[in-house]
Design a protein around this ligand. Structure first.
Ligand code: ADP
Ligand code: MG
Ligand code: ZN
Length: 636
């Protein structure tokens, strides 16, 4: 690895030393104390005081009859050889070759240095990869062998449909006659489409482990280089390799890096990327379906892909890899929990129920965090409490117990969060409240987390309105308790959130009949998918949209105000409860509001009992009171 780079380094070092050496040795002979004038030398010769002479270019070294060495420089036109021979003095001449060679090298030195530096950077740009400076246009596809990634289909869980489709493709490669006998065409390519972290790369590696055919993997960004033409020749090279190794699978990860729509982007597109994409399209057309090469690609941005890539005959299969549902999550947790010792109380189904919206990668992370939490307190296995804490950490950020809040801030946060919770408990169709806390977490000073009971596929108008009312509850509580002049900037993220929801309701979901059922948000499409910039609707429409958004938010504000005025006692009790206990679970919130005592054991400082049958989890976006400009996030 980095061979060429090393060689370049040594060459440069060697040349530098040579140059230094030359400088010194050259200097020494002239600076030395035994230097003589040329005329002294001639006088000495004529006086017969010289016993031996060595000629080395312009340098004349001679030994006097006193036995000492002298040196002098002869003028260019001086002819001394005849004189010396006439005087009968032995003359030695040094070959000039070596010194001209050295001068030659020295004159080349700057160029060699430049070349060395160039090679060095080339190598860096290629990530020090194989092939060195000569391997520019070489594809960087790596051949994955079984030794490399021992991933099998068993390691992939919860995305069975995608798995089945890919297993079928592997079957094509193993047994092509079975399918072509009936005249069917074997697909050329499959495109894995899905959000980040759902296991697309993992699935591809599993195919590599299972297919029993060579599996080349390359990332889309490997094609994209600074140098024109490199990407295209890499594509060519990759397909050459693939043809030599057929039947085989070529996997292009993150293909959107190279497959973006042509003619779109900053400054009207990128020629180099377009060339690369064109070459890819040409190559995909250039081999027959039955040649035994299957291209599998993955992306989480199918919307930006060039339509030509998706045309039948190229990636004729699109395999959806969605976020897992509850059963899928349980299986994925099972896969990752194989590696950690679980306590007897751990029920993966409950964790799965509490994590809607989590991707496979999130779940892997959750298991890892839980194991770390258990290790931190010195447990020998991972318990449900660890999972619960890990979930809070993943969803809400780490607790920041060290952050100092003044008593006033704490009180304000308590009423703010209590306001969210009380409104959330009293609006229709709202997700159950999972937890409320005034311990700072991540960027939030406090948090109320409400989690859907089931995975959500669509959301009703009423539910959106309830969400907005709940989000406004924090600010409204501050106003009611501390007076309108004492409200804080802590509601900034609530306001941001309601604006986003309300705008989507108006411009995308068609919830405002006055504006009709028009998608105002994504209309900036132009001819053939290019981007034209600007919006298509008139200023009047824009004003109407803005008015409606404000109207919806105002309505939520008034709902929150009505609820919190009617339920002032609830608000008071919950805020006091939060001030006392700092964190309350959904059940505890109900008890505190009902005025029941909480009998908590004092041995557990952060009571997060496994949420038995209670509903739990998802997007942590509900009602955090944030203090802007508090960052940076804890790096724990
Ligand atoms: P993607 O390529 O879709 O963005 P990855 O395949 O890189 O996601 O997934 C990242 C990690 O998340 C994997 O290495 C694996 O540990 C975990 N993971 C994701 N999906 C799954 C799954 N379906 N089954 C098991 N583990 C998964
Ligand atoms: Mg990936
Ligand atoms: Zn808030």
């Amino acid at each position: 690895m980095g061979n060429a780079r090393n060689i370049a380094f040594w060459v440069v070092l060697f040349l530098l030393i040579l140059a230094l050496f030359n400088l010194f040795s050259g200097g020494q002979s002239t600076l030395a104390s035994n230097a003589r004038n040329y005329s002294d030398f001639v006088t000495a010769v004529e006086a017969g005081n010289v016993s031996q002479v060595t000629l080395d270019g312009e340098e004349v070294r001679y030994t006097g009859t006193d036995g000492r060495q002298y040196v002098t420089i002869k003028p260019e036109d001086a002819q001394i050889t005849d004189l010396l021979i006439a005087e009968g003095i032995p003359v030695q001449a040094r070959s000039q070759e070596q010194s001209t060679f050295t001068t030659f090298i020295l004159s080349l030195l700057p160029f060699l240095l430049l070349i060395g530096v160039w090679i060095y950077f080339m190598n860096r740009m290629q990530g020090g990869g194989r092939g060195g400076a000569m391997g520019f246009g070489k594809s960087r596809a790596k051949l994955l062998t079984e030794k490399h990634g021992r991933v099998t289909f068993d390691d992939v869980a919860g995305i069975d449909e995608a798995k089945d489709e890919l297993e079928e493709i592997v079957e094509f490669l193993r047994n092509p006659q079975k399918f072509s006998r009936l005249g069917g065409k074997i697909p050329k390519g499959a495109l894995l489409v899905g959000p980040p972290g759902t296991g697309k790369t993992l699935l591809a590696r599993a195919i590599a482990g299972e297919a029993g055919v060579p599996f080349f993997t390359i990332s889309g960004s490997d094609f994209v280089e600074m140098f024109v033409g490199v990407g295209a020749s890499r594509v060519r090279d990759m397909f050459e390799q693939a043809k030599k190794n057929a039947p085989c699978i070529v996997f292009i990860d993150e293909i959107d890096a190279v497959g973006r729509s042509r003619g779109v982007g900053y400054g009207g597109g990128n020629d180099e990327r377009e060339q690369t994409l064109n070459q890819l399209l040409v190559e995909m057309d250039g081999f027959e379906a039955n040649e035994g090469i299957i291209i599998v690609a993955a992306t989480n941005r199918p919307d930006v892909l060039d339509p030509a890539l998706l045309r039948p005959g190229r990636f004729d299969r699109q395999v959806q890899v969605p976020n897992p549902d509850i059963k899928g999550r349980e299986k994925i947790l099972g896969v990752h929990a194989r590696k950690v010792p679980l306590g007897p109380d751990v029920d993966l189904r409950i964790i799965a129920r509490g994590t809607p919206g989590f991707s496979g990668a999130d779940l892997a992370n959750l298991v890892n965090e839980a194991a770390l939490m258990a290790a931190r307190v010195g447990r020998r296995f991972v318990t449900m409490v660890d999972f619960e804490n890990a979930k809070d950490k993943v969803m809400m950020g780490s607790e920041r117990r060290s952050m100092v809040m003044t008593e006033d801030e704490k009180k304000l946060t308590a009423y703010h969060e209590a306001g969210h919770a009380v409104v959330g408990l009293n609006v229709p169709q709202h997700d159950p409240i999972h937890k409320a806390t005034i311990i700072p977490r991540g960027r939030a000073l406090g948090l109320v987390l409400s989690l859907p009971e089931r995975d959500q596929l669509s959301v009703s108008l009423t539910k959106y309105k309830s969400k907005i009312a709940m989000a406004m509850g924090g600010r409204v509580a501050e106003e009611l308790i501390f007076g309108p002049e004492n409200v804080t900037s802590g509601a900034a993220s609530d306001i941001q959130q309601v604006s986003k929801i309300a705008r989507a309701m108006v411009t995308q979901f068609g919830f405002e009949p006055d504006l009709g059922y028009v998608d105002y948000a994504n209309e900036q499409q132009s001819y053939l998918g290019g981007y034209s910039g600007g919006t298509n609707h008139s200023a009047a429409t824009q004003k109407m949209i803005d008015d409606k958004v404000k109207e919806i938010i105002d309505e939520g504000y008034h709902t929150a105000k009505r609820i919190l005025t009617e339920r002032a006692d609830d608000l008071e009790r919950l805020a006091q409860g939060l001030l006392e206990y700092e964190t309350l679970t959904g059940n505890e919130i109900t008890r505190v509001i009902a005025g029941e005592p909480l009998n908590r054991g004092d041995d557990d400082p952060d009571p997060t009992p496994p949420s038995g049958g209670a509903s739990v989890t998802a997007i942590p976006k509900t009602g955090g009171r944030r203090k802007p400009g508090l960052e940076p996030e804890p790096s724990a």
